[in-house]
Ligand binder design. Structure first.
Ligand SMILES: [Zn+2]
Length: 362
């Protein structure tokens, strides 16, 4: 069964897991009630056993969502660092995203994190969710599935709220998980929770409070398990394009520069497993950097609202393009070719880059 609005298999949607849990809780209550009949009890046991198997499977690997693409090409938009209730040109960028999406007809939209400034959401009832998301990205062309990751600012609020199916009930487009995979046939997209990797949030949090409640049993174990699961999933992938999305930079000429923890721990996996693109936010700009020793290409799309002008390193090795203003990114890929475009706040094309696997294989 596919959701007509979003196009992906609803059986794999995390919401279904929640619904199954509710069903099972009701069933288990039935088992305890002697008035319930035997067939109900049998159904409950079957559901409980199925759930136990699902739980083992989700613990063992990253959750995967199938998002079939009904054409020869996969098309998506990427926006990051955006949630400011329309301010700092967020609304202007959203307007142009809607205009470009009308032409592109994207399959979905990716958010690279820092979804809600300055400190994530206070809960599932935080009006900022609608004020920064539902009421901003209003174009018909943007009524697609959004796949989001968490940024460091999101970790300063109620993280579980952003991950909750309650938000998906408020706006059916919303889906945010810590780390997961979207299988879009032509490409597989691996979303990685990068914030727990960054030492300074733990050692020098300043006046900020981060919600590390789910980074268990220890930070080290959380990171090592994630990297192991990512490595396995990348190795198993047979997709033509492997794309990894995280909030933090791997390579950047912007204010934050490279994220050393990710360069040390994540980058070797991406190179070893033939990842094509790493896409991030965090620096409030759009940029393209080429790897000097692999096919990996680094794209930053973090220009969703507030931008920082003039704070960058023009001598950065591998730097192909840099624009320190607001903007967003589009991608269109077939089995052999990919084209990435950056747009600015007025919807003008800033930069186009394309690559052909047919060509690079020669
Ligand atoms: Zn950030």
């Amino acid at each position: 069964m596919k959701d007509e609005a979003t196009g992906y298999s609803i059986e794999n949607h995390p919401l279904m897991e929640s619904l199954r849990q509710v069903e099972t809780e009701e069933c288990l209550a039935g088992v305890l009630d002697p008035m319930k009949n035997r067939s109900m009890a049998a159904l409950c046991l079957l559901l409980a056993a199925t759930l136990a198997l699902c739980l083992v499977s989700t613990l063992a690997k990253l959750q995967q969502i199938d998002h079939p693409v009904n054409s020869d090409s996969l098309r998506f938009l990427v926006i990051g660092d955006w949630g400011r209730k329309g301010q700092y040109n967020q609304s202007k960028v959203a307007l142009q995203m809607g205009r470009i999406a009308e032409e592109l007809e994207p399959d979905f939209i990716i958010s690279t994190g820092d979804n809600f400034y300055g400190s994530g959401l206070t809960g599932t009832d935080d009006p900022a969710f609608e004020e920064s998301f539902s009421k901003i990205y209003t174009a018909n062309s943007l009524q697609k599935q959004w796949y989001s990751v968490l940024g460091n600012h999101d970790y300063r609020g109620d993280v579980e709220a952003q991950l909750s199916p309650v938000l998906t009930n408020i706006d059916h487009r919303w889906l945010c998980m810590r780390s997961y995979i979207v299988n879009a046939e032509i490409a597989e997209i691996f979303f990685v929770d990068t914030t727990p990797f960054v030492d300074k949030y733990f050692t020098h949090p300043g006046h900020h409070t981060y919600d590390w409640s789910a980074i268990i049993p220890t930070r080290e174990k959380y990171m090592s398990t994630l990297l192991k699961d990512l490595d396995s999933a990348l190795k198993e992938s047979t997709a033509k394009w492997k794309i990894v999305v995280g909030h933090h930079t791997l390579r950047s000429a912007g204010q934050h520069g490279d994220t050393q923890e990710l360069v040390k721990d994540l980058l070797p996996i991406l190179k070893a497993d033939d990842v094509d693109l790493y896409i991030n936010g965090h620096d409030h700009l759009v940029q393209h950097i080429s790897s000097l020793d692999s096919k990996l290409q680094y794209f930053t799309s973090g220009g969703g609202s507030k931008a920082w002008r003039g704070d960058y390193d023009p001598e950065k090795k591998g730097l192909k393009f840099f624009y320190d203003g607001q903007g967003f990114m589009t991608a269109e890929m077939t089995e052999t070719d990919a084209e990435i475009i950056f747009y600015d706040v007025s919807g003008s094309v800033l930069y186009k880059w394309s690559v052909s696997k047919a060509y690079t294989a020669m």
